[in-house]
Design a protein around this ligand. Sequence first.
Ligand code: ADP
Ligand code: MG
Length: 209
Amino acid sequence: MTALDTDALGAWVREFARAVTEHRDELTELDSAIGDADHGTNMDRGMTAAVAALDATPPADAAALLKTVAMTMISKVGGTSGPLYGTFFLRMSGAVGDGSPAAFAAAFRAGVEGVVARGKAEPGDKTLLDALLPAADALTEAVGAGQGLDTALRAAADAAAKGRDSVTPLVARKGRASYLGERSAGHVDPGAASAVLLVEAAATTLARS
Ligand code: ADP
Ligand code: MG
């Protein structure tokens, strides 16, 4: 089994969906402080539907699997996060390589770059990118240094959590939270919190691939 085969990626997506459901109320609570109190329900609705879509029509390959998740997130989630996570999975689906750790790191980075292109947020804007960009960097660096995927994904998950925490004191410059101005400072960004769940899910499911 490799990190990018259909079963492994399916396990990742299912673990992410499970974690999102487990943390649904917490994510919504975070969004109630600096947004419109729907991030947990948005992510839960989208990822639960994504798993149902995979169950209904088992995907032929890894790219098809990621594309199903992408299209479901885009169509089922009305909030900003749906199209952004959808873009992440769609770009990843177009970058599935040979299943090696380096290919996984490259595909993950392609997904993150899709989020940058779509949402036009920059590091420090206090968005899900503040977790995803450091994760992509840590993953690329660890894999480039010859580390196994288990070590690389642990580093990526730790970098994502650190990135999420690093922007908590900052003022949001993108999305609904930016409407609050200074009052957004001191709150955890909900999207950065869900992005940590995504990378943690990769660390727990793909590490042995
Ligand atoms: P909405 O803001 O439409 O209610 P959600 O509550 O589901 O959507 O998602 C909010 C999260 O989306 C924010 O916490 C932030 O991390 C992320 N976000 C908002 N705008 C952008 C953007 N332009 N680029 C990246 N992430 C963004
Ligand atoms: Mg919201």
